[in-house]
Ligand binder design. Structure first.
Ligand code: ZN
Length: 160
């Protein structure tokens, strides 16, 4: 079944799971999935690419790691300027990011490996609490920690 997810009530239809994996590129979907997973205390993992960078993580475990809202890991749309926000929204609706098969394969393979390690409770989960990227044109690795924010409006109350 194909269904557009636009608010938290849409995500309530998702079955319970030990790990939710998100690979989607619509405005606001990561924040929506994060809010759902923090509320349901479901671990989740984001998988994507940014141009030629294979990206996976952070693997977020509510109550144990920071969440997507603790620290912005991606560019944020400007706020406070309704005209500019509307223009960006209109452009983004039509935007189709260039997709590169080998980069997508790399991010999905590394995310799958982390999912297996997390679910099987073995090895080192590279993306646990951090976003990892492999720059495919130079084979450089970068990471951005997802640092828990005790004042985070989404997960702050769950933090120890
Ligand atoms: Zn948070």
């Amino acid at each position: 079944m194909r269904r557009r997810m636009t608010d938290l009530s849409d995500l309530a239809a998702l079955p319970e799971a030990d790990l939710l994996v998100l690979s989607a590129d619509s405005t606001g979907i990561t924040e929506l999935v994060n809010a759902h997973c923090v509320t349901t205390e479901t671990a989740w993992l984001n998988v994507c690419y940014v141009n030629d960078i294979a990206v996976w993580g952070p693997l977020i475990v509510p109550g144990k790691t920071g969440c997507w809202s603790c620290r912005p890991l991606t560019a944020q749309a400007p706020s406070g300027n309704a005209e500019l926000d509307a223009l960006i929204s209109r452009i983004n609706r039509r935007y189709q990011a260039p997709s590169h098969g080998p980069t997508n394969m790399l991010s999905s393979a590394l995310a799958s490996l982390d999912a297996l390690k997390y679910l099987g409770d073995f090895g080192f989960v590279q993306s646990l609490g951090r976003r990892v990227g492999v720059w495919t044109h130079e084979l450089r690795l970068d990471e951005q920690p997802s640092i828990p924010d005790p004042d985070c409006p989404t997960c702050g109350p769950l933090q120890p």
